[in-house]
Write a protein of this length. Structure first.
Length: 99
């Protein structure tokens, strides 16, 4: 199944964050609210735009994802790196937590 989620960068830390269903931003991609309809997308875009206007996040945009074995996985490789960390040293970055 393919869908969309919203991501951005936290204004204070610079870290990649994902818009959660409760309207907060999380560093965990698994917490992201999944767009289920055009109404969902408009509602989540409005929340994201308000966070941008309040200078909580920058570079807000939606990305396409797939749900594979219950895991949220970006379809674009660049977004996978942003979600998981460097692709060379698996002992560093977010992917080291999965080891």
């Amino acid at each position: 199944m393919t869908a969309k989620i919203f991501n951005a960068n936290d204004i204070l830390s610079g870290r990649v964050v994902y818009l959660a269903a409760d309207g907060n931003w999380s560093e965990r991609i698994g917490d992201a609210a999944i767009v289920q309809s055009a109404e969902d997308e408009a509602r989540l875009q409005a929340i994201a735009d308000a966070a941008f206007a309040a200078r909580r996040v920058v570079d807000v945009y939606a990305i396409e994802i797939a749900i594979e074995d219950g895991q949220t996985r970006p379809l674009i490789y660049r977004e996978r790196i942003r979600a998981e960390g460097p692709s060379i040293r698996l002992d560093l970055g977010k992917q080291s937590a999965n080891s």
